[in-house]
Ligand binder design. Structure first.
Ligand code: NAP
Length: 283
């Protein structure tokens, strides 16, 4: 699995990691999801993204199960809900997440999206968590440019390591201003919902047809073409969620080959990037 420096940090993180939203369910579904996460770790997809929100903490518990005995192999990320993101609330939320995950520290802790608590309070709590050794790096999610700059300004001792944002072929808005800014500041961009969550382009449609044609030519699949395309920028990482082992295997092989300039042009034509500022998309 291709690894790259995570923003300004010295840590090498795989370009393709694993999401955990909606991995909870029946016992059989949960077992399958845990097995899929473990296979992903075996295949080098060691960036695991979770959140206190997912399944009301259940996704963190299942993630804890998947990473038990191999915590050191994992770049572990979780998020605090905006409702909990006061100074004290953030500290308490992190403690609960660590307990559910069965670990004593996170590699990265994110504000899930901005809410009613002033961001400077959340960032102050994040700095306390770094000082206490509970988290290694501080990040945010779903912050558009102005809010991102506010978060940066609020940090007094640490630097912002990442912004996790919606980025898929149907929503390329970040390419206009946010991604160039993050690249300049060496803030890692983590693309969530790379397959559009549940709206992957159908092979019967024009865009889906383009992906299928590229996949055939490259000997890959349409999903692999997408992951390859989204991570073409060296500052971008992605975290597809897959609770089936065959999907994990497929995703892990996405960067085994390169898209040609001609492929990139065909994708641009089928899924154009906006030529003006658009508000940051969010799921
Ligand atoms: P996604 O990764 O775009 O798509 C997940 C769907 O794609 C699942 O139904 C999965 O099926 C399917 N899939 C995965 N690999 C596949 C393959 N190779 N072939 C066919 N189908 C495949 O959606 P997402 O879960 O919304 O986003 C990914 C992660 O980003 C989340 O899990 C979460 O960790 C994070 N996220 C963050 C935010 C935020 O606000 N920060 C918001 C949304 C998501 P199976 O499960 O059946 O394998």
């Amino acid at each position: 699995m291709t690894k790259r420096k995570f923003g300004w940090t010295d840590v090498e993180v795989p370009a393709i990691g694993q999401g955990t939203w909606m991995i909870e369910g029946s016992q059989a579904q949960e077992q399958r999801a845990v097995a899929a996460l473990r296979l992903g770790l075996d295949l080098g997809m060691t960036h695991i993204d979770t959140a206190e929100m997912y399944g009301n903490g259940r996704a963190e518990e299942l993630t804890g199960e998947a990473i038990a005995s191999r915590r050191n192999d994992v770049f572990l990320v979780s998020k605090v809900l905006p409702y909990n993101a006061s100074y004290d609330g953030t500290l308490r939320a992190c403690e609960r997440s660590l307990k559910r995950l069965g670990t004593d520290s996170l590699d990265l802790y994110l504000l899930h999206w901005s809410g009613r608590h002033p961001i400077r309070e959340t960032m102050r709590a994040m700095e306390t968590l770094v000082q206490r050794g509970c988290i290694r790096f501080i990040g945010v999610s779903n912050l558009d440019l102005e809010e991102l700059k506010e978060a940066q300004r609020a940090l007094r001792h640490e630097r912002l390591a990442c912004n996790q944002v919606l980025y898929h072929l149907g929503d390329r808005g970040i390419e206009y201003r946010l991604l160039p800014y993050c690249a300049e500041q060496r803030i890692a961009v983590v693309a969530y919902s790379p397959f559009g969550h549940s709206s992957f382009p159908s092979p019967a449609g024009r865009g889906g047809g383009v992906l299928a044609a590229i996949a055939r030519k490259q000997g890959g699949t349409a999903r692999q073409v997408v992951l390859n395309f989204l991570t073409r920028h060296p500052g971008v990482f992605t975290i597809p969620k897959a609770s089936r082992e065959e999907h994990v295997l497929e995703n892990s092989r996405s960067l085994d080959w390169e898209l040609s300039a001609e492929d990139l042009k065909a994708i641009d034509r089928a899924f154009p990037s906006p030529d003006h500022e658009v508000p940051l998309g969010m799921l």
